[in-house]
Ligand binder design. Structure first.
Ligand code: ATP
Ligand code: MG
Length: 452
């Protein structure tokens, strides 16, 4: 059962992890897909703006200028370096106009895009077919940005390579450039687009986790309840067996010929029957009482002197203890403050604690009574030097039918009702009960009743 349960929990957790993995993968795929669509859209938007007449005419401004300078270069009136310098100057001059037109064109589509057109190479070929490469990005780090805004190469995405050829001059011109785009807050845009999906899947995930947590907890509760019930049935049959067999024995004695006319034997048997009857009655009362929650307990409260009440009660209790090994120590203060409680129920609660103290191995008992000014309560504590309770069980002992199920505690008979009932009584008084205990050392149970 234990193994099956653990297996079930393990499988649920593994399934959950697998689900998270699949969900993560799906979200990642959606992200990639969105990115792709977004890039395509961005490219189209750029193409739409880029291919307008206005922008084209701006580009022709630097081209015509460059062609004029190229003639000067061919004639030997201009150095190669100056040719490039002039190109740079011209493009810088027309760039603001280009940017304005470009951004105005884009804003309608609401794209947060940047582009740059970068010169990649300029090659000249003379009539004999000799090639002269006067500029190439491969050979220089000094990139020439023809148009657009600069951004780091790692942020850019190549969208187009273009070649401009001109055969009008005696030397053929091959002018190559590349266009890069950059979406400045790419990750923010993606996040915004995916936020609905992310929130929904997080919520779903949380929901599934809480559902799983709730189910496991419920399962554990059911399991413990089932165990407690079986224990209770075992315990009560065990408790009933002894008086019943003694009763059977006593009746047999009474009816036997041997007892006929023998008054002594008959009296003895009747006494046994009486005792067992009381015992059975007590057992049934205990079970019946335990069905009462603290709300159903009808208290008839009165004011009484705590120290007098406790001393009398403990005197009576000690009279009923046959074993000479058991000693009782009292630290009972005369508080001057009356306890407002139901005497009958309060003594039942204290007697339950004393009975437990003796039942679970206590020989030296100590009862303390006083007033706790800090939380304005009367405290009554019962201390023993018995077998104690391990911390892991302490939180359960006040539950109905709960009994500590360690090997060596199986020898003690009981129904697991005493502390439950005690707690109900104290709760009905508006107080509380707590335990401090250490295995093999002993326990202290403390009852607190508010000063009214
Ligand atoms: P009964 O219904 O006859 O009182 P019980 O004594 O087993 O049966 P509770 O009095 O409710 O039931 O106690 C619950 C459990 O707490 C006990 O089974 C026992 O294991 C543990 N316990 C209670 N008091 C002590 C104590 N003084 N020392 C050690 N263990 C204790
Ligand atoms: Mg008990």
């Amino acid at each position: 059962m234990q193994l099956k349960f653990k297996g079930l929990v393990a499988i649920s957790i593994i399934t959950l992890i697998a689900l998270i993995g699949i969900q993560g993968y799906l979200i990642y795929n959606t992200y990639e897909l969105k990115k792709k669509t977004y890039t395509i859209d961005a490219r189209n938007a750029i193409a739409k703006v880029y291919n307008t007449k206005e922008l084209d005419s701006i580009m022709w401004l630097y081209r015509t200028d460059f062609l004029e300078n190229l003639v000067a270069y061919e004639k030997g009136n201009l150095e190669g370096e100056d040719l490039l310098l002039k190109l740079r100057e011209k493009t810088q001059e027309i760039n603001p106009e280009f940017l304005k037109l470009f951004n105005d064109g884009l804003s309608k589509d609401n794209y947060n895009l940047k582009i740059k057109k970068v010169l990649t190479s300029i090659t000249l070929t003379d009539s004999l077919g000799n090639k002269n490469e006067i500029y190439s990005t491969d050979e220089t780090n000094d990139t020439i940005i023809l148009l657009g805004e600069n951004f780091a190469p790692s942020d850019g995405l190549l969208i187009n390579n273009s070649t401009w050829q001109d055969d009008q001059t005696p030397i053929k011109l091959n002018f190559q450039s590349s266009i890069y785009m950059n979406i400045s807050d790419w990750s923010n845009i993606m996040l915004k687009e995916l936020s609905g999906l992310l929130i929904l899947s997080s919520l779903l995930f949380l929901f599934v986790v809480s559902l799983l947590y709730y189910s496991i907890q419920n399962l554990m509760k059911q399991k413990r309840l089932a165990e407690i019930k079986t224990d209770f049935i075992n315990n009560i049959t065990h408790e009933l067996k002894t008086p019943l067999s003694t009763l059977a024995l006593a009746t047999k004695t009474l009816t036997s010929e041997h007892a006929n006319g023998n008054k002594e034997i008959a009296d003895g048997a009747v006494k046994i029957i009486e005792r067992q009857n009381t015992r059975l009655q007590k057992l049934i009362d205990q079970v019946l009482q335990s069905s009462l929650g603290y709300k159903q307990i009808q208290l008839s409260k009165e004011d009484f002197n705590g120290s007098v009440f406790l001393n009398e009660m403990l005197d009576d209790y000690m009279l009923s203890i046959v074993s000479p090994d058991i000693t009782l120590n009292r630290n009972i203060e005369s508080t001057g403050l009356p306890i407002h409680a139901d005497k009958f129920y309060l003594s039942t609660a204290i007697i339950n604690l004393l009975n437990n103290a003796i039942k679970y191995g206590g020989t030296k008992l100590t009862v303390d009574y006083g007033v706790d000014k800090l939380d304005s309560t009367h405290y009554i504590s019962v201390k023993d030097n018995g077998i104690g309770i391990s911390p892991k069980y302490q939180k359960f002992i006040f539950e109905k039918f709960y009994r500590v199920s360690e090997k060596d505690t199986h020898n003690y008979k009981g129904l697991g009702l005493g502390l439950y009932y005690t707690k109900q009584i104290i709760n009905a008084h508006g107080g509380n009960i707590s335990v401090k205990s250490e295995a093999n050392k002993g326990s202290v149970f403390t009852i607190k009743i508010p000063i009214s």
